[in-house]
Design a protein. Structure first.
Lengths: 404, 587
């Protein structure tokens, strides 16, 4: 007699086998059929007007193309949706859940995966998933060291870039394209570099990026930090930072509160280089009059850290087929091109453009031009996020070392 | 208030019918309105400071919160900074206020000083701080005026101003707000001493006008501004919004650190936060004690100086210098507000341009939707808390004036009176952070947290004393013969109140309301805590945005925040003129 667990195993085996993949279009037809008329509740962080407008656009598209109604459940924090699913599970509501789709990554994804709260694997069922870059954009498959295992669909990419004003730093050859080069640059330009305070996510990101760049083998960061490994692995970071700190803006005694405050300093001419986790943020800021039109972006020679935002379907979602249709539309080249256009959103696409038919990849050549945006060559291959424990420890260690 | 509360003792228990009885409850209600939340809040903060808050796992009394506080990175720097900022800004404020009063008292314009000070006082602290920040930044307005022409700076110099570890911009901004407050208190106190006659006598003995003021008037005025000085000291030691905008961030002042911990998602941080808030209460009480001790020690020195009878000395020149500094600070305060107004209509404006490249209303148009909600909330909370405070104050004052006066003013009665003045000052002497956390816990218990009514109540705690203090003086100065004349014509006490007292006292009443409204508009911490971070007012939003948002956007918030109390003040001064046009003497 087959146990239920065996069924799951069998289903997984079948789904990933070549035979099922060949059959996928037929399955997709039935998904589309069931999805028509469903109302999908997409729980997504709503703190950004442009993102909200993009989600609304997705809603009109899936409605006209597939008859799926999309409702944006506006969250202040993604954990609200996670909490709701957990509450539903503990209340015994194992089907007809109120959350159909969640915008998710990092600790929230890890929590849902560990507690078995996700429906799937789903990615191989999506016709558009064949366009997703799974070789160079590795964060599409590994989220903060957690294997995604097809349980979440990548839809946008963030990557660390550095922003500078080309009117003041005129020679691109002198841009500091590594952590050691940044120290040399800061020494010869005292007071012209800073980072957000380390209790802010972007501030600890700056240190994390330096660490990845400074150590010989960043692979050690893919496992959780221990007291011993943290001390030895981060030793080069602190040596580097001890030398860097006195050369920073205000002799490293003051730091901007957050990314926006740091951007204001660049706009006021108080500093020359800022760090950002969104390659199109500077271009959008130019458009909004928050930065001069002469700002440009650069990255490190060895690459910079990138991570992916996903959508995932809770195990008890009431409208799984509709959610699949929305997820599939999000990785449609048309949606990806629109999301990357700085007029709309400015998020990097998750696709491998070389896999696209010519007509589709041409969409990416027609995006709103901006000299501020880094080129694909400049962005290179994004590096993987270290395990979350490294960032937590870096922040605590910084406070211990430098708050007197 | 003093006598109003005294009436509470005198008439307690006496049975009286109808509205009169309600009126007798007024002093009790008035005191309860602010004393109950403070008392409950203090208890609610003290318990977690010693480890007890079962809701978040604090089951046992312990000193762990204090150890966590002591071991927090930068704790001692933070404590030192708090003390320096609090004491230095209070000392400077007191000296400047005395200097300006001493220099200006015999000049023609002195009478009009109050008219100039009122709008400055109405300005919310945080709006002024935000404007001042732009003024003194190395890339700020002052540097832009002289760069690169005079300085040669094509990029801003790398010197710390806003957020500097020494905290001097924080001190400067506090002086800008507190010195005018003390000056106004001195001007009020002057009405109660026979200054002109005594000054004339002193001048006849060969003392210069300034020296005569310091030697003859100051000793009489000082006892009356003692409590306001303590309030300034307490405020400067525990201020949060100004310190967030202008103070150091790593570590910040003790009060800001406590707020940061209280708002940390990790609830274990509540314990050191409560300990920090309790420590701040101790710091404030100890500082007031130290100041009063210093007063006593200074007294014999002052007397010896009086007895020596010097006619010259450094006092007059020093006072002149102080008054000049006061004038500079007043100009800076005005510039701070103008700078924000200019930013709100500026096109992208970069260093080192002294003025924006062009003006536009785009920012206002784009922000209109975001501004509307918090602006309405600010207005609603301000009007509601002012009206409540006004009703309580009027009822207490009316009760006082209708109660039989104590036959003889013996010593115990006087003690009771001064004790009730202290009670009135309570909300201004206790650091806000020390009771607001406990109050929040209480509000959650009552299911009232994050509601507008909770915010109104929290504002009332601060609005009430200011309104009472502003209104009590003119109310008591009311010439009772008018009331008696009306009564002899057959008017009931209520008719006298509505038809005689209110019209005559309309102007001071409206000004007291404008002061109260301004106090409400400026409240940051009470709004944050009682509203659980979910009730947004212009002040909470402006302080949040000050951390880095587009300066043009900050400009709209700060400008609107400053304009609301200004409009209220304008209304208070023009309305009586419109309503009473043609009625001589009271318009």
């Amino acid at each position: 007699m087959l146990q239920r667990r065996d069924f799951t195993f069998l289903a997984t085996a079948l789904l990933t086998s070549p035979w099922v993949r060949a059959q996928a279009p037929a399955t997709w037809e039935s998904v589309l059929g069931k999805a028509r008329g469903q109302t999908v509740y997409w729980n997504a962080w709503a703190g950004d007007e442009k993102t909200n407008a993009f989600i609304a656009w997705v809603g009109t598209e899936v409605k006209s193309r597939h008859g799926v109604n999309l409702v944006h459940t506006r969250l202040k924090d993604t954990s609200e949706a996670v909490t709701r699913v957990i509450a539903e599970k503990s209340g015994g509501r194992n089907e007809n859940g109120t959350v159909d789709l969640i915008w998710i990554n990092g600790p929230n994804f890890l929590a849902m995966k560990q507690q078995g709260l996700l429906h799937g694997p789903v990615t191989q069922r999506l016709p558009n998933f064949k366009y997703v870059d799974v070789t160079r954009k590795r964060s599409n498959l590994i989220d903060f060291t957690t294997p995604v295992d097809g349980l979440a669909v990548p839809w946008s990419l963030a990557q660390i870039v550095f922003v500078y004003d080309s009117a003041r730093l005129r020679n691109p050859a002198e841009l500091p394209r590594s952590a050691p080069a940044m120290l040399d640059w800061a020494r010869s330009h005292p007071g012209r570099l800073t980072h957000p305070k380390v209790s802010n996510f972007l501030g600890s990101t700056f240190l994390k990026q330096a660490l990845v760049d400074l150590i010989a083998d960043p692979a050690v960061l893919q496992v959780p930090a221990t007291d011993a490994s943290f001390a030895s692995v981060t030793a080069p970071l602190w040596t580097w930072y001890d030398q860097l700190k006195p050369t920073l803006w205000r002799q490293g005694r003051q730091f901007p509160d957050n990314g926006a405050a740091q951007r204001q300093l660049l706009n006021d001419g108080e500093i020359d280089i800022t760090v950002s986790f969104n390659p199109s943020e500077a271009a959008a800021s130019v458009g909004a009059g928050l930065l001069p039109a002469t700002v440009r972006s650069f990255t490190f020679r060895k690459g910079t850290i990138g991570n992916t935002s996903f959508v995932a379907i809770p195990y008890n979602a009431a409208h799984k087929e509709g959610a699949l249709v929305v997820a599939n539309f999000l990785i449609d080249p048309e949606a990806q091109a629109r999301a990357q256009d700085i007029r709309y959103l400015g998020n990097l696409n998750v696709l491998d453009l070389s896999k696209l038919p010519a007509a589709e990849s041409a969409r990416f050549d027609r995006l709103t031009p901006s000299a501020t945006l880094p080129s694909a060559a400049e962005l290179g291959t994004p590096l993987l996020e270290p395990h979350a424990s490294w960032m937590t420890r870096i922040e605590a260690e910084w406070q211990k070392r430098y708050t007197r | 208030m003093a006598e109003a509360l005294h009436a509470l003792r005198a008439s307690a228990g006496a049975a009286a019918p109808g509205p009169r009885r309600l009126l007798r409850l007024a002093p009790v209600l008035t005191v309860a309105a602010f004393a109950v939340p403070i008392a409950c809040g203090l208890v609610g903060t003290l318990m977690p400071a010693f480890g007890y808050l079962p809701a978040i796992g604090g089951e046992h009394w312990s000193l762990d919160p204090w150890r966590a506080l002591r071991d927090a990175p930068g704790f001692f720097t933070s404590l030192q900074l708090t003390l320096v900022v609090g004491w230095v800004s209070t000392l400077i404020s007191v000296l400047l206020a005395l200097a300006v009063a001493g220099i200006l008292h015999h000049r023609a314009g002195a009478k009009r000083l109050g008219t100039f000070l009122a709008p400055l006082l109405a300005m919310p602290h945080s709006a002024l701080a935000i404007g001042f920040a732009f003024l003194v930044l190395p890339s700020g307005w002052l540097v832009r005026w002289v760069s690169p022409g005079l300085t040669g700076w094509t990029v801003p110099p790398d010197v710390g101003t806003v957020g500097a570890a020494s905290g001097w911009p924080l001190i400067a901004a506090l002086v800008m707000k507190e010195a005018p407050f003390l000056l106004l208190m001195i001007l009020g106190a002057l009405n109660q001493v026979r200054a002109p006659a005594q000054l004339a006598a002193a001048r006849a003995l060969g003392y210069g006008p300034v020296l005569a003021w310091f030697k003859v008037v100051l000793p009489q005025v000082y006892p009356q501004i003692r409590l306001p000085i303590y309030a300034v000291l307490a405020f400067s030691l525990s201020v949060v919004d100004v310190a967030i905008v202008l103070g150091p961030g790593n570590p910040p002042t003790l009060a800001v650190q406590a707020v940061r911990w209280f708002s940390d998602p990790d609830t274990a941080r509540y314990f050191p936060a409560a300990a920090a808030a309790t420590l701040l209460l101790g710091v404030v009480l100890a500082s007031i004690g130290a100041w009063s001790l210093a007063e006593r020690m200074a007294r014999p020195l002052f007397n010896r100086w009086l007895e020596r009878g010097e006619r010259g000395g450094a006092v007059a020149p020093a006072a002149g210098l102080g008054a000049a500094l006061g004038a500079v600070l007043a100009v800076l305060a005005v510039l701070s507000m103008l700078g924000m107004l200019l930013w709100s209509v500026a096109r992208p404006w970069r260093f080192p341009d002294a003025f924006p490249p062009g003006l536009t209303v785009d920012t206002w148009a784009r922000q209109a939707d975001q501004l509307a909600g918090p602006a309405w909330t600010t207005l609603l909370v301000g009007v509601a808390s002012t009206v409540l405070a006004l009703v309580l104050t009027l009822a207490s004052l009316e009760n006082e004036s209708r109660s039989p006066r104590p036959a003889d003013r013996t010593a115990p009665a006087v003690t009771a009176v001064s004790a009730s003045v202290w009670l009135l000052y309570l909300p201004l002497l206790v650091p806000q952070i020390a009771f607001l956390f406990g109050l929040q816990v209480l509000l959650i218990r009552l299911g009232l947290d994050a509601t507008v009514s909770a915010v109104v109540w929290a504002h009332l705690v601060f609005v009430l004393p200011y309104l009472f203090l502003s209104l009590a003086e003119p109310w008591r100065a009311f010439d009772s013969r008018y009331a008696r004349a009306a009564a002899s014509l057959g008017a009931s006490p209520w008719r006298v109140f509505w038809r005689v007292k209110l019209p005559i006292l309309l102007k001071p009443l409206l000004i007291a309301c404008a002061v109260a409204f301004a106090v409400s508009v400026g409240q940051y911490l009470p709004t944050l805590f009682a509203g659980a971070g979910r009730v947004a007012t212009l002040t909470t939003e402006a302080v949040t945005l000050s951390a880095g948002a587009d300066r043009r956007v900050i400009g709209t918030w700060a400008a609107l925040q400053g304009l609301l109390p200004l409009l209220a003040y304008l209304l208070a001064t023009t309305l009586p003129r419109l309503l009473h046009a043609g009625r001589k003497g009271i318009a």
